[in-house]
Design a protein around this ligand. Structure first.
Ligand code: SIN
Length: 328
């Protein structure tokens, strides 16, 4: 049986259309099916060699509107395809806005033994499919090259010729086609004319924790974790409003706070977070700085532990959800 590579469509700008080919901003995301996107990839057959391409539309959505159920649906299709002996890997076309969240979610919930053998490569575009100069087809070609690269493993993000790991990737620009960055870790590699040049090792098993089998847990039972920022003028009112939501459809189980500098929190907000902790709500701190990670951790920080390994706020929220779910 011929080896295969599957492309899973999730929507996003890569599948977006505008009324004019010159418009790279006023478009509607998630309009073109993944099969049609595949047909637009330059030189795809040369990249595939004697392998076959398959495609499935999992969602068709602007990624800002993704729900946990969409992550669950994607994860289940990823597991399905990775388990097929003839499948070399999985490419996911996805919106850029929450791409890093989906990538991190998959890296923490797809069993490590599957990711050790086959990669899951997410790709995207900053310009719609209808653009005079779309970036999606080239990114899809690069993603296919990465997925088929010997030794590739883990959950990866490919955009603008760079390969990022799920742990470090972050969207850093609202317009540039090179919109992603891996901070101080740097990209895993580069894709040059269809060839992958590794700059570091492929990502290994996520050091930040075990993989949790979410399939065992219905979406309604996923713990509710909110993300807040500390800032000049912050008060405890948002935290107390969250705590006061008796009877909300999901009780509050955790709060991630993107703190100032080395993870510090405004004293007014911190007082409310201590009240939250006393009520059994888990509090996790990260730094709101774009680079680096919290260093040390003063014993005076009584409200909340620090998130592992410099996770951004959005990823720390997922990590805390998984941690609480695993203890449920
Ligand atoms: C989205 O995230 O779905 C829209 C924006 C984008 O893909 O760049």
């Amino acid at each position: 049986m011929a080896e295969k590579l599957v492309f899973l469509g999730m929507g996003g700008t890569i599948a977006g259309t505008a009324s004019s080919a010159g418009d790279n901003v006023g478009y509607t995301a998630a309009q073109v099916g993944v099969q049609a996107l595949l047909a637009s990839v330059p030189g795809l057959q040369a990249i595939l060699g004697d392998r076959e391409a398959a495609a499935e539309q999992v969602c068709q959505i602007d990624s800002k509107d993704l729900a946990h159920a969409d992550w669950q649906a994607l994860r289940s299709r990823v597991l399905h395809y990775l388990a097929m002996p003839e499948m070399a890997g999985v490419v996911v076309t996805h919106g850029t806005d929450t791409l890093e969240e989906t990538a991190y979610f998959l890296s923490r919930t797809v069993p490590a033994e599957l990711l050790a053998r086959k990669p899951v490569v997410l790709t995207c575009a900053m310009r719609p499919a209808s653009s005079l100069t779309p970036d999606g087809p080239g990114n899809m070609a690069d993603a296919a090259a990465v997925a088929l690269c010997s030794g590739a493993r883990g959950v990866l993000v490919v955009c603008a010729g760079k390969v990022h790991s799920a742990a470090h990737v972050q969207k850093v620009h609202p317009y540039r086609t090179d919109a992603f960055d891996s901070g101080e870790a740097g990209p895993v590699g580069l894709v040059e004319e269809g060839r992958v040049r590794l700059l570091s090792d492929w990502p290994g098993e996520d050091a930040s924790g075990h993989h949790f089998d979410l399939a065992a847990l219905p979406i309604q039972a996923w713990p509710r974790v909110e993300l807040l920022f500390s800032h000049a003028g912050a008060t405890g009112s948002v935290v107390r409003a969250l705590l006061a939501q008796a009877g909300a459809e999901a009780p509050l189980r955790g709060i991630v706070v993107a703190g100032t500098g080395n993870g510090t929190i405004h004293k007014s907000m911190e007082a409310a977070l201590l009240e939250a902790q006393a009520l059994g709500v888990r509090v996790l701190r990260v730094s709101r700085c774009a680079y680096g990670q919290v260093v040390g951790g003063s014993p005076s920080h009584r409200s909340g532990a620090f998130a592992a390994a410099g996770l951004s706020g959005v990823k720390a929220r997922i990590a805390l959800m998984l941690e609480i779910a695993a203890q449920t």
